[in-house]
Design a protein around this ligand. Structure first.
Ligand code: ZN
Length: 246
């Protein structure tokens, strides 16, 4: 099976269209969406509808903190994110709001665990940014492969038989053999708001037959998304960070 893994779409229609079009050329059998369909970006209703259609066709999807915050005011967000979310809430219809609220925090596909933030505290929205922050996720489950998002920067960690967790370089576009002597945790780069210095949309493809993972980047028309974001009256820093990939 070839599984396309996407996270942090953040209401960015142009980025999501670009990733789906790239995935469409790569014999994908199934899609997994790791949360944060909305927040920050100017096209929440289109993005939620597109993901609802993917789920209707067999995709799996978990909830992100921005998705949860649409109907749960106790989810904490910074000022800019809060403003964008208040705007987002007005744009979604009741069915879309219920869809986001009902998303599960984790999903399992065979030996794969999917979660937006950390596996050890999925509703705590912890950023997995280092080996020490990844260790509790390996300890809490026995999944061989853990995929998450939330950080918006791709990262790759392994846990060996002794429980030692290590950070690895993330090669772009080249298949990474997922050696069975270790367990793996991959933090996927964001589709709709990358923060690693490149504005290109990120996603990854897992091939369970060849047992490898490929991180991919796809250029898209960022200027159009930034223009729509400004036209919607969303906070200016959101347009600037999109253009800079920060
Ligand atoms: Zn996010």
């Amino acid at each position: 099976m070839r599984l396309a893994l996407m996270t942090d779409i953040h209401a960015n229609r142009e980025a999501l269209e670009a990733v789906l079009s790239d995935a469409g050329r790569r014999d994908i059998d199934k899609f997994a969406i790791l949360g944060d369909l909305v927040g920050y970006g100017p096209d929440p209703e289109w993005c939620v509808s597109r993901v609802q259609a993917l789920v209707g066709a067999g995709a799996v999807c978990v909830q992100g903190n921005h998705d949860a915050a649409v109907s749960d005011p106790s989810v904490s967000l910074n000022g800019v994110a809060r403003k964008a979310l208040d705007w987002t809430r007005q744009r979604l219809d009741a069915a879309q709001t219920s869809f986001l609220a009902a998303l599960p925090l984790t999903q399992t596909l065979g030996d794969v665990l999917l979660v937006h933030a950390s596996a050890n505290d999925p509703a705590g929205w912890i950023y997995v940014t280092s080996a020490s922050r990844a260790m509790p996720s390996f300890r809490v489950c026995d999944a061989r492969l853990i995929f998450c998002g939330h950080v918006h920067r791709p990262q790759l960690l392994t846990c060996d038989a002794r429980g030692d967790v290590r950070d690895h370089n993330v090669p772009m576009g080249a298949p990474i053999p997922l050696l069975r002597s270790r367990r793996w945790l991959a933090v996927l780069g964001a589709v709709g708001q990358p923060r690693d210095g490149s504005p290109a949309a990120g996603y990854a493809v897992l091939d369970t037959a060849t047992n490898d993972l490929t991180f991919r980047r796809v250029s898209y028309d960022v200027a159009t998304t930034a223009r729509k974001l400004r036209a919607a009256g969303l906070p200016e820093p959101l347009a600037e960070r999109l253009l800079a990939g920060k």
